[in-house]
Structures are given as structure tokens and as C-alpha cells.
Design a protein around this ligand. Structure first.
Ligand SMILES: [Zn+2]
Length: 518
């Protein structure tokens, strides 16, 4: 059984770590990612085991402070993550002292201070041994326990240096180790899919004290490349969300690929990108929005919808729809999961233009696929504006229909969408593709149930996911066959509500942009 989605709908419960035991390696500094992560977990109610390697006083001071301030149990342990026996001993001691381990944050790390030509092979080994093999040691030692327990969560501190090569400082060994951590997380997420979640986090420049040895000129240069012009002060909120709430988003996703909960100020994640061209924020927006819509009003019509694209599956979906003489609605995200910004990629531009040319409706599923209820009003609007700008850069107009990711759009969010003049479209029929993405038979059964429910009148708004191959390619065909058998008409959401497709957009001139032809 794959790890399931948490059942609670209470954010307090989702975020609470009460009764959980968390190990954080590398948490003996006065500040720093490990220390803040330990404090954050304690603040949310967890008992915490922290480790130090060379600073026993630091470990003891932090443990005392954490247990006094948050009223939880916190014990410091000496552990050298380079040594597997030492990490095994740590896990055994924590189980003995706390009874179990629910979460391990493999955070201990070290920096590199030269490139490969100016440092020795020994220097290379030291960095790889701590930053990559040290994480493997943590994973292996705690993984056996997670498996036996049937649950657990491993969070690996990677780095933006696992995605980019930093400039100007040379630190190849560190960059390689962190890139290894990111792929280690992905691979373990697969290996442990039946019992534990594994994720990595990629912070950008954080004021941890670890880089204090870097001269001021270089630090100023780094800051000049960061939109906010400074290091981030690390707070553990992102990590806490990943431990609890992030699990809804699956496992093994590199944290930056989930900008919903990405620490926006901490590095260049997808979400930091702003599409070129004048913003849409000042546009006139006649009121359109009512309560969220879940069904068609036109007799005999059904609306098939595809979320999360464009993707590599979209062209095949377009062929299937063309063959069936059907139209559909694509709720597109502008810039998430590392697919790049839709308006700057030749492939995504062409895909979206092809949707449009075939008479399908293009609607918004936000810029980076966040949980809109977890954002401020301003952030929610930015999510909509950026996707509007990007879609306008491709089509010369942008949508008036949107679907909130996770169908998460409470009263405040709905109010914002009303201000922006959006129709909110939920769904009424689900093929179950996000629940069992590889199980075609299960999806067919789910579709059969929906088809029965809607009888001869039709009216269903089907949700599908562009990004799930089995669903996009085979379940779509299965639904289209039913549409034909039932004599329904598969149309766009706008048309199934009795609107002209032209009302589904507002005009906006595209920006002149140079396209990435890679
Ligand atoms: Zn989605």
C-alpha cells in the first residue's frame, strides 16, 4: 500500500507534530538550518533528538533551550555522520530514549572551499563523505526502523547548489554532493513508497554562519543576484509543512518543484519567475464569478477537463479529442514542476496554440499550483496575474475561468477570484487518476460509476490530469467512448454552461519575448 494522504482537514492537526519524535543531525550551532528545524519541530510539539559532532556545548545549550522553551523532550547526541556505526548507534539510542523515530532530518553538512584543481582528492572525499554518504548513513540507519514501524518521513537538506553551479566561488564537490542528495531523495521515495516518505529541501543562501568565512565582496555579489538582495534568515516553517502537509503533494518531489510551499525568498525556485510584459493587475474585470461550478447546465453536454498541463501527453490527448470530434478544457499551470515557463518554451507555446486552434478552452490552474488557501490574498492574486500574463503572451488573451489546485479555495480565496472576475470551476466526476494513476481498470470502474450517475442527461464536469500518462491517453479514450455511446456532446466548460467560448477570455497584447529554442 503506498503511503496515504492525511485524512484530517484541520490545518492545526496537519501541522501538529505532537507525539512525534524527530531526529535532526547537525543542530549544535547558535543559528543554522538544523537548529531552526529542531526549534520549529519542537514548537509544533515534537520531541527532538539533535546531534553535534564537534560542539558538545552547542548541542547541550540548544537542547536545554528547546526543552525549556517548548516543554518537549530534547536530548543532544554526539554523532559523526561519516561513520555508519555512529549513525546506527544514534538511531538505537534515540529509540531507547524516546521509544521510536517518526522523522529524520538529515541535515549535517560541510562546505567546500575550493574547486577541484585547488584542492586535494582527500578534500573531495571529506565533502562527499559528509554531505552525501553521511545522508545515506542516516537513511539506511533509520530506514530499517521506518520499515518495521510501517511509517516515517526522511527529509534531506539539499541545496540550490544541487541545481546550479554557484558563481563566483568554486565548490564543485559540494555542488555534486547536493545534486546527489536530490536524486537520493527521489530514488528513496520510490524504494520506500510503501512505508515512508522521502523529500529534499533546497534552500538558497541562508545566513547560517557557515559562509561567514567568505569575503564581503563575494557575499555582496551573491546578494546582488537575489531578488530581495540579502540572505534569508532560516525559519523552519517550510520544513514543518513538508513534514506534515507536504505529504499531500506526494513524495520524492524535490522541494523546489513544489513552489506552493517553497521558501520563495530563499532561492530561485519556479515561483520566482515573472513572465515578461506589462502586468495584468490593472485590467478592468467585469464581474463574472458566482459560487464554484461543478456541473453543466446544457442538457446532454459533458465537459472533460485536464489539469496541470501542458505536458508531454497533451498532443496525444489533442489527437484523441480530434478523432472523437470532441472539445475539452485545459486548466494549465504556467510554471511548476520544473517544466519551465509556458510562454518562454517553444514546445509549450505550440501545445497551447494547438489547444486553441482545435477549439478547446484554455483556463487557469494558477502559475505554480499552490494551495490558494495557504496563501495571502496578495500572493493568490500574483498566482493568477502571472499565469494571465504568460497565457496572454501566447494567445493574446487570458482566461476568465479557473480551477483552484486541490479544489482548495475557501471564502477569502473565492472573494479574491470574484475581484479578479473569474468563474471558479470545480468538478463533479472524477476518473480517480490522481488516486490510482497507474491502474487503468480502477479508473474505468470509476468512470463507469460516474456515467451511471449522470444518466442520459449528461451534465458532468470530468476531471482528468494531463500529466498522468495512463489517464491522459487511455482513460480519456474510455470516457470519449462512453460519450459516444450515451449520445452526449463533449464540449468546453464555457459551452456546457451555455456561454460562448469568446466569453472565456479577456484580450491582452502579448509581450515581445525571445523564445528558448532549446
Ligand atoms: Zn492540479
Amino acid at each position: 500500500m503506498p503511503v496515504s494522504v492525511p485524512k484530517s482537514t484541520s490545518l492545526h492537526e496537519l501541522f501538529s507534530l505532537k507525539g512525534k519524535v524527530v531526529i535532526v543531525t547537525g543542530a549544535s550551532g547558535a543559528t543554522g538550518i538544523g537548529t531552526e528545524a529542531a526549534r520549529g519541530c519542537a514548537e509544533f510539539g515534537a520531541d527532538v533528538a539533535i546531534t553535534y559532532s564537534s560542539r558538545p556545548q552547542g548541542g547541550e545549550k540548544n537542547a536545554k533551550e528547546i526543552s525549556e522553551k517548548y516543554g518537549v523532550k530534547c536530548i543532544p547526541y554526539k554523532c559523526n555522520v561519516n561513520d555508519y556505526a555512529d549513525v546506527q548507534k544514534l538511531v538505537e539510542s534515540v529509540i531507547k530514549d524516546f521509544g521510536k523515530v517518526d522523522v529524520m532530518i538529515a541535515n549535517a553538512g560541510r562546505t567546500a572551499n575550493a574547486g577541484i584543481l585547488d584542492s586535494s582528492v582527500e578534500d573531495w572525499k571529506e565533502v562527499i563523505d559528509t554531505d552525501l554518504t553521511g545522508v545515506l548513513h542516516c537513511a539506511k540507519a533509520v530506514g530499517h526502523h521506518f520499515k518495521e514501524q510501517g511509517s516515517g518521513s526522511l527529509v534531506i537538506t539539499a541545496s540550490m547548489s544541487g541545481h546550479i553551479a554557484n558563481f563566483p566561488q568554486e565548490q564543485t564537490s559540494y555542488n555534486v554532493a547536493k545534486a546527489g542528495c536530490i536524486h537520493l531523495a527521489r530514488s528513496l521515495a520510490n524504494e520506500w513508497r510503501d512505508f515512508a516518505r522521502v523529500n529534499s529541501v533546497s534552500p538558497g543562501y541562508i545566513d547560517t554562519g557557515l559562509s561567514d568565512f567568505i569575503d564581503k565582496k563575494t557575499q555582496d555579489l551573491w546578494h546582488s543576484m537575489i531578488p530581495l538582495g540579502r540572505d534569508a534568515k532560516y525559519r523552519a516553517q517550510g520544513r514543518i509543512r513538508l513534514l506534515r502537509f507536504g505529504c499531500q503533494l506526494g513524495t520524492g518531489k524535490e522541494y523546489c518543484a513544489v513552489p506552493t510551499i517553497c521558501q520563495k525568498a530563499y532561492g530561485r525556485c519556479d515561483s520566482d519567475e515573472i513572465p515578461p510584459g506589462p502586468p495584468t493587475s490593472g485590467d478592468k474585470r467585469p464581474l463574472l464569478s458566482g459560487p464554484p461550478i461543478t456541473r453543466c447546465t446544457q442538457a446532454g453536454s459533458v465537459a472533460i477537463t485536464f489539469d496541470d498541463g501542458p505536458s508531454n501527453n497533451t498532443n496525444t490527448i489533442l489527437n484523441l479529442l480530434r478523432e472523437a470530434g470532441a472539445t475539452a478544457t485545459f486548466f494549465v499551470t504556467g510554471n511548476n514542476n520544473g517544466k519551465g515557463e509556458i510562454d518562454l518554451s517553444e514546445q509549450w507555446r505550440e501545445t497551447i496554440q494547438a489547444m486553441d486552434a482545435d477549439g478547446h478552452q484554455i483556463a487557469s490552474h494558477t502559475w505554480t499550483h499552490p494551495d490558494l488557501d495557504a496563501l495571502s490574498s496578495e500572493e493568490r492574486k500574483v498566482e493568477m496575474y502571472r499565469n494571465e500574463r504568460a497565457i496572454a503572451n501566447i494567445l493574446g488573451r487570458y482566461p476568465t475561468y479557473m480551477r483552484p489546485p486541490y479544489i482548495s479555495c475557501g471564502e477569502d480565496c473565492a472573494e479574491d477570484m470574484k475581484d479578479l472576475g473569474y468563474h471558479i470551476i470545480n468538478w463533479s466526476a472524477d476518473s480517480g487518476d490522481s488516486t490510482f494513476p497507474n491502474d487503468l481498470e480502477a479508473m474505468k470502474r470509476a468512470v463507469d460509476i460516474e456515467v451511471d450517475k449522470w444518466g442520459s442527461d449528461g451534465g458532468a464536469i470530468f476531471v482528468q490530469h494531463d500529466t498522468i500518462p495512463v489517464s491522459a491517453l487511455q482513460t480519456t479514450k474510455y470516457i470519449l467512448d462512453w460519450v459516444e455511446k450515451r449520445n452526449w456532446k463533449a464540449v468546453t466548460v464555457a459551452e456546457c454552461l451555455g456561454e460562448q467560448l469568446t466569453t472565456a477570455y479577456r484580450s491582452k497584447a502579448p509581450a515581445s519575448i525571445s523564445i528558448d529554442h532549446q
